[in-house]
Design a protein around this ligand. Structure first.
Ligand code: DC
Length: 242
C-alpha cells in the first residue's frame, strides 16, 4: 500500500508551515518541513566557510548532513540551532544553497524517507512537483508580498528577534525571485494543484479549506468486482490510502 501524502507548497510566509503542522496534527500523520533541511545545510555551509558556488562540496555536505529534527527542535552536529535556523538570514542562506541541482539531488532520498504510515504532510517549494510527484493532494498557498512580510515580521518579533519590516520585505522579495527563477525545481504550483490565496485568510480558515479539499478529493478507490461487496460507483477515501 502506498503511503498517502499531502503536499503544501508556496513561497515564504504563505502560511504553509502553520497549516501543514495543523493538518498533520489533525490527521495524526507525520510532517516534513523541507525548508528546515535547506536552512540547516545553509548554516552548516556557513560554519565551514563554503561559498554558495561550491556545488560539489555542498552536495557532499548535504548527503552527510548531521541534522536531527526532534519535534520542533533542530540539532545540527549535535547542537541545538532551533533559533538560528529560524532567522531570515538562515532563510536567505538556505535559498542560495537550494538553487544548486546537486544539493537538491543529495537531499531527495532523505525527504522521501519521511513518507511513513499512516501518512505524510510535506511542505516546501517542490513537494508536489519533484519530491512526491505521485502525491494524492497538492496544495499551493500564496499571499501578497506585503501580507507575507507582515506575517514574518510578527512571527520573528514574537520570538524576540529585532527585525525591520522594510528589511524583511526586501529579503522576502529577493528570496522569492531566486526560488522562482532557479533552474532546479523552481517554486511553482504543481499541475492540478489546489491553489489558495491566503492574503485575507487566517491559519484556521486556511486549515479548514485545505481539510475540505482533502475530504472531498480523496483518491477514488477502484470498484470491487461487479456484484461483489462494495461494487458499483467509486468511493472517495478521505485518507487516500488505497
Ligand atoms: O520554507 P523555508 O522558508 O524554510 O525555506 C527556506 C529556503 O529553502 C527557501 O527560500 C528555498 C529553500 N527551499 C527549497 O528550495 N525547497 C524546499 N522544498 C524547501 C525550501
Amino acid at each position: 500500500m502506498t503511503v498517502p501524502v499531502i503536499c503544501i507548497d508556496g513561497p515564504n510566509a504563505s502560511g504553509k508551515g502553520a497549516v501543514s503542522r495543523a493538518v498533520a496534527e489533525r490527521l495524526g500523520w507525520h510532517r516534513l518541513d523541507s525548508g528546515v533541511l535547506y536552512r540547516g545545510l545553509g548554516l552548516a555551509a556557513a560554519r565551514r566557510s563554503l561559498a554558495p558556488t561550491e556545488s560539489a562540496r555542498l552536495a557532499r555536505l548535504a548527503a552527510n548532513l548531521d541534522l536531527e529534527l526532534r519535534g520542533d527542535r533542530v540539532l545540527l552536529d549535535g547542537r541545538d540551532v532551533t533559533r538560528e535556523v529560524g532567522t531570515e538570514e538562515a532563510g536567505t542562506g538556505a535559498s542560495r544553497v537550494a538553487a544548486l541541482a546537486p544539493v537538491r539531488a543529495a537531499l531527495l532520498a532523505r525527504q522521501r524517507g519521511f513518507r511513513r504510515h499512516p501518512g505524510l504532510v510535506a511542505d516546501g517549494r517542490d513537494m508536489g512537483t519533484v519530491v512526491f510527484p505521485d502525491a494524492t493532494w497538492k496544495v499551493f498557498l500564496n499571499a501578497s508580498p506585503e501580507v507575507r512580510a507582515r506575517r514574518r515580521y510578527n512571527q520573528l518579533r514574537d520570538q524576540g528577534m529585532d527585525v525591520s519590516l522594510a528589511g524583511l520585505f526586501e529579503a522576502i522579495r529577493e528570496r522569492d525571485e531566486r526560488d522562482r527563477t532557479r533552474e532546479a525545481a523552481p517554486l511553482r504550483a504543481a499541475e492540478g494543484a489546489f491553489c489558495l490565496d491566503t492574503t485575507h485568510l487566517g491559519v484556521e480558515e486556511t486549515l479548514e479549506r485545505v481539510m475540505e479539499h482533502v475530504r472531498t478529493t480523496g483518491r477514488p478507490t477502484p470498484p470491487a468486482s461487479p456484484g461483489g461487496p462494495g461494487g458499483g460507483s467509486p468511493r472517495h477515501t478521505p485518507s487516500g490510502d488505497t
